[in-house]
Design a protein around this ligand. Structure first.
Ligand code: ADP
Ligand code: MG
Length: 705
């Protein structure tokens, strides 16, 4: 079994490493063993081995060279957005070459020469066309000052500290080459079962590891990438699904066998509208969980305004029909209060005790609530994270609902689990439209229900992007809308670096608005995070009661608030917001029967990316489309609620691009566990052993809880 041992060899025993460099490799790159070095993948390659044909470009990611002519060029844009764009062709296809810097210099070169060039750079796909930014221009007739043969070689991430110890990309490449040479005549133990490799046409591990560093060809590189991504995503999914399986075995759940009086009375006599098909379907999915005898852990996703709250309420009534209490936790006091008011209003013709518990509940009130919770008088408790404090003890909590899950951590979810033995059923809700691939990975331990339909009669919100110079248009529009009896939100961005700045921003805005909209015709409310709660509530209430027509705020109103008469959402400095945040804000309007509008205000100067993002907002109201767009543009790190989760730290996979492999591996993992939950079949030996290794990782258990 020498082959297993060799990859576990400490890195300092590799020729050319030694204790000092080993220490640097460990500290800077987490490379402790031969295996770690092999799995330290290059982030790109330089391919000067061949002159490629444009028609043969297959994948993004490598630096390649082409030989051909520049047929035309032009300078586009002005000032900071200025760029030089050139058409390059080799007879098999065209590439757009783009320079953002050194434009004058390139222009001079192109003016002087109308000849053949070798261009070298990284082709990327943009709008279905290949382009290359800042290519190197090489004159094929000039004598190269380099005498080294031209190669296909890897480029590695490195750091300043590592470079000081002589570990730049080149020397990491050398060490890796050395190790690969040593391994040439040895076996490397396979990490996927032969069956998987065969059915899915994967490279064997050894070949993949050789080709990911030193590919024989572009095609081999693509195959190696595919194999390693496949493996990485497969084991992530297998881990998540296995944990889900373990959880469902370990935790029995209350059985809510019946739908009774409370549910039925409410459904037939109190509900003012017909549920959407999606809402009905989701309730069915949840009911199946509640009857199963296993504890439910379900994520309910639905775009803003899709009606998640009523769905949750109906489920809470089922809990009640089966003799259990339930709770609903919201991230802010305003939202918890609104839920409380809505729900008590909807239940007013029924004899059900509902209570509200937040950080600002008075001591005497809190005492009485805690008592009634313990003796079971209160059936539904609504509140903020005040709910999960230890002193909050239920008689028999059967269901816990968490609204706007992305605002809470996993620990808070875990605390709700502990409020009862056996743990309550858990329903978490989110309007953050996480693309399905991301949801599978972030919430892979939860079952997923989706409300993908808005209530009938909603008119799509009309979205417009206006520049600062058009501000008078905005004011005119607001006046017209207020004359029609509507109300208007105006939101200012929070500026993280300086809290005083956003206040200034907001106050300057208030000033400008008060000028444009003088009393007594127009009354304005203003709320921000620095206000005392009572003042904030007072201002909010004035707007909710339609005593004021305009509400100026920082993003405190982002989540949940439901004011049907407010039909205009103005977002100031919209370019400063994330797309999903813009989408959330836009979702605050469009809830009544009136036509609603969202106006995105931006500075007169915008970066290209900024422009594209606002264009995306104007062009669609579909939250999932927007999230996908954001994911593609900025990567998964920027999506709300995903920042801290280490689970997105992939070595090679990129879930914004590898959706297909992710879906495929999820299916494979799921089938595998279905047929052989304990992975005891002989053909699963390798997979079982790998999984065991991966489940050892502490970090992972901490995350799931
Ligand atoms: P969200 O999913 O964003 O939390 P809410 O639950 O706040 O959405 O619902 C938004 C609004 O739509 C509420 O005023 C709610 O009463 C209403 N609503 C929910 N479901 C329906 C439906 N099936 N038909 C009509 N209106 C509905
Ligand atoms: Mg909501």
């Amino acid at each position: 079994m020498e082959s297993i041992d060799i990859l576990n060899t400490p890195i300092e025993f590799l020729k050319g490493v030694g204790p000092k460099r080993a220490a640097t490799l460990q500290k800077e790159f987490n490379i402790f063993t031969f295996r770690d070095l092999l799995y330290n993948f290059p982030y790109r390659h330089v391919d000067k081995s061949t002159v490629y044909r444009i028609i043969d470009i297959q994948a993004e990611g490598s630096y390649m060279q082409f030989k051909g002519r520049i047929t035309s060029y032009q300078i586009i844009g002005q000032q900071r957005n200025k760029r030089l764009s050139a058409q390059f062709t080799d007879g098999t296809g065209t590439l757009e070459l783009v320079w953002f810097n050194g434009i004058k210099w390139i222009e001079d070169i192109l003016k002087a020469n109308h000849k053949e060039w070798i261009i070298f750079g990284k082709p990327t796909l943009f709008n279905h066309k290949w382009n290359m930014s800042h290519p190197e221009l090489i004159d094929p007739t000039a004598k190269s000052e380099q005498t080294v043969p031209q190669h296909f070689y890897p480029i590695y991430n490195t750091s300043e500290k590592a470079k000081k110890s002589g570990l730049d990309s080149k020397s990491i490449a050398k060490l890796t080459a050395l190790l690969l040479t040593q391994l040439m005549s040895r076996n490397i133990q396979e990490t996927l079962s032969p069956n998987l490799i065969e059915v899915h046409h994967l490279l064997g591990l050894k070949s993949a590891l050789f080709n990911i560093h030193y590919p024989q060809s572009q095609n081999h590189l693509a195959m190696a990438q595919y194999r390693l991504k496949f493996e990485e995503l497969f084991y992530v999914q297998l881990k998540l699904l296995k944990l889900k399986l373990i959880n469902s075995k370990r935790y029995r759940g209350h059985i809510f066998a019946q739908v009774g009086e409370n549910f039925n009375f409410f459904y037939h006599h109190c509900l003012k509208f017909e549920l959407t098909g999606a809402q009905k379907r989701v309730i069915k999915e949840i009911r199946a969980d509640l009857k199963s005898g296993q504890q439910m852990n379900r994520l309910l996703q639905g775009d803003v305004g899709s009606g998640k709250t009523i769905t949750a309420l109906l489920v809470m009534l089922i809990a009640l029909d089966n003799g259990f209490q339930s709770c609903l936790m919201a991230p802010t006091e305003i939202l918890a209060t609104q839920h409380y008011e809505n729900i008590t209003k909807q239940l007013r013709n029924m004899n059900i005790q509902v209570a509200l518990l937040t950080g600002s509940s008075k001591t005497s009130e809190r005492k009485s609530i805690l008592e009634k919770l313990k003796n079971g008088e209160i059936s539904i408790l609504i509140g903020t994270h005040a709910l999960i404090e230890n002193e909050v003890v239920f008689k028999n909590l059967g269901l816990a609902v968490i609204d706007e899950q992305h605002r809470f951590g996993v620990e808070q979810r875990a605390k709700l689990w502990k409020k009862n033995v056996p743990p309550p059923h858990i329903l978490v809700m989110t309007a953050t439209p996480i693309p399905r691939t991301l949801a599978m990975t972030l919430y892979g331990d939860l079952d997923l229900s989706i409300i993908d339909e808005l209530p009938k009669g909603r008119k799509p919100i009309i979205t417009k992007h206006l520049y600062e110079k058009d501000r008078l248009l905005l004011f005119g529009f607001i006046k017209k809308q207020i004359a029609l009896g509507r109300q208007v939100f105006v939101v200012y961005p929070l500026i993280k670096e300086s809290e005083t700045m956003d206040l200034l921003n907001l106050e300057a805005g208030f000033e400008a608005m008060s000028h444009a909209f003088p009393l007594p015709q127009y009354a304005i409310s203003m709320v921000h995070g620095k206000m005392k709660n009572e003042v904030k509530d007072f201002e909010m209430q004035r707007f909710i009661k339609n005593e004021t027509s305009i509400l100026l705020s920082t993003t405190v109103i982002e989540v949940g608030i439901d004011i049907p008469n407010a039909s205009v959402m103005v977002i100031e400095n919209a370019e400063r917001f994330g797309l999903s945040q813009l989408h959330q804000l836009r979702g605050r309007v469009g809830r009544g029967s009136d036509q609603s509008y969202c106006i995105l205000m931006s500075g007169d100067k915008l970066t290209n990316e900024g422009k594209k993002r606002l264009e995306a907002m104007v062009s669609t109201t579909d939250g999932f489309e927007i999230a996908n767009f954001d994911l593609k543009l900025r990567g998964p790190g920027d999506l709300q609620g995903t920042q801290q989760s280490g689970i997105l730290d992939f070595k090679i996979a990129d879930i914004s691009k590898d959706e297909k492999i992710l879906t495929l591996t999820r299916e494979i993992a799921s089938k595998l566990l279905e047929n052989d939950p304990n992975l005891t079949h002989p053909e699963h030996v390798i997979v079982a052993q790998q999984l065991k290794e991966k489940l050892k990782s502490e970090h992972f258990f901490g995350m799931i809880s």
